[in-house]
Design a protein around this ligand. Structure first.
Ligand SMILES: Cc1cc2nc3c(=O)[nH]c(=O)nc-3n(C[C@H](O)[C@H](O)[C@H](O)COP(=O)(O)OP(=O)(O)OC[C@H]3O[C@@H](n4cnc5c(N)ncnc54)[C@H](O)[C@@H]3O)c2cc1C
Ligand SMILES: NC(=O)c1ccc[n+]([C@@H]2O[C@H](COP(=O)([O-])OP(=O)(O)OC[C@H]3O[C@@H](n4cnc5c(N)ncnc54)[C@H](OP(=O)(O)O)[C@@H]3O)[C@@H](O)[C@H]2O)c1
Length: 245
């Protein structure tokens, strides 16, 4: 499908270098999928994948962090309302609930902007209908990078007991309502068990992991120690992974 130009209609800065961008283009897709965004640099199109944070059919929304010296992000995040970016309007990817077998609880583990696909999922009815509880773990360096925290707290308030939101901050001291450390240390140091009531269990749960590849590897290893196995299309398991780089 041909690349299209889309206009930037909203730009929310969560923290320095961390934004949500909204475009004047909507698409049908499965929450958890991504599209490619592009810009032209010196006559060449540079493209990168971005998880869609919005719900299907709503203006496309992306949660993007600026990578220092990155080819695309400094330029895309420098755009102003009314400027255009290129969008490939063909959503792709298998990090969706279609490939997640039924389970009692769904654990959504993310670092940094890896939260985006879960925001899209939680803006639709499916996860709320399919899972007794949804436990969202979001690991960031600084508390200001806890994007979408208000929206997650709103979901939790609207569905008492169904959403457990656990923000984890690695480079600031412990603060009220926030766990200090990494999502992985939260699993091993008792804080996750305290907040979620129990730890992930292969007989009851499915875990989705998204973000930094080192986090994915470490978290996958911890979940495997607990008896969970990676989810493959031909061999279903309880851990589904999306690597950002
Ligand atoms: C399926 C998929 C979905 C993605 N969704 C998102 C998303 O929703 N939001 C988003 O910001 N990025 C997302 N990415 C990453 C994105 O495609 C780019 O790699 C990223 O924006 C950097 O592009 P760049 O050209 O500025 O940097 P490049 O010059 O390509 O530098 C790449 C390096 O930047 C670092 N990096 C890349 N992505 C991130 C990140 N998200 N957080 C921290 N460091 C990073 C890594 O060290 C990587 O090696 C996704 C990647 C994939 C494969
Ligand atoms: N230019 C700007 O203004 C600006 C602003 C913000 C970010 N940035 C850039 O954005 C990039 C970083 O983005 P980010 O902070 O969103 O992503 P990140 O580096 O992936 O960090 C997100 C969280 O993941 C944690 N983590 C890292 N490795 C892990 C592992 N193996 N297991 C468990 N958790 C792990 C980090 O902990 P630790 O803290 O312990 O590593 C942190 O809490 C860098 O390139 C940075 O320079 C730029």
């Amino acid at each position: 499908m041909a690349w299209e130009e889309a206009k930037l209609v909203a730009k929310h800065e969560w923290d320095e270098g961390l934004y949500t961008l909204t475009l004047d283009r909507a698409l049908d897709f499965k929450p958890g999928q991504f599209v490619n965004l592009g810009i032209i640099i010196e006559g060449k199109r540079i493209k990168r994948a971005y998880s869609i944070g919005s719900a299907p059919g709503a203006p496309l929304e992306f949660f993007i962090v600026e990578v220092d010296d990155g080819a695309l992000t400094p330029r895309v995040l420098n755009k102003s309302i009314g400027d255009t970016v290129l969008v490939n309007p063909r959503p792709a990817g298998f990090f969706t609930l279609d490939y997640v077998a039924d389970a009692r609880d769904l654990w959504l583990v993310s670092s940094g902007t890896g939260l985006a696909p879960y925001i899209s999922m939680m803006r639709t009815a499916e996860p709320w209908q399919r899972f007794e509880r949804i436990i969202v773990l979001h690991g960031v360096r600084y508390a200001a990078q806890l994007g979408y925290a208000d929206e997650l707290r709103r979901h939790a308030a609207e569905r008492p007991g169904q959403l457990v939101y656990i923000p984890v901050v690695s480079r600031e001291p412990e603060a009220p309502g926030v766990v200090h450390g990494r999502v992985t240390s939260a699993l091993t140091d008792g804080s996750l068990e305290k907040l979620a009531g129990r730890l992930p269990d292969p007989a009851l749960d499915h875990a989705m992991l998204c973000g930094n590849p080192a986090m994915l590897d470490d978290m996958q290893a911890l979940l495997e120690e607990r008896g969970m196995v990676i989810n493959r299309r031909k061999k279903p398991g309880q851990i589904t992974v999306e690597r950002y780089w």
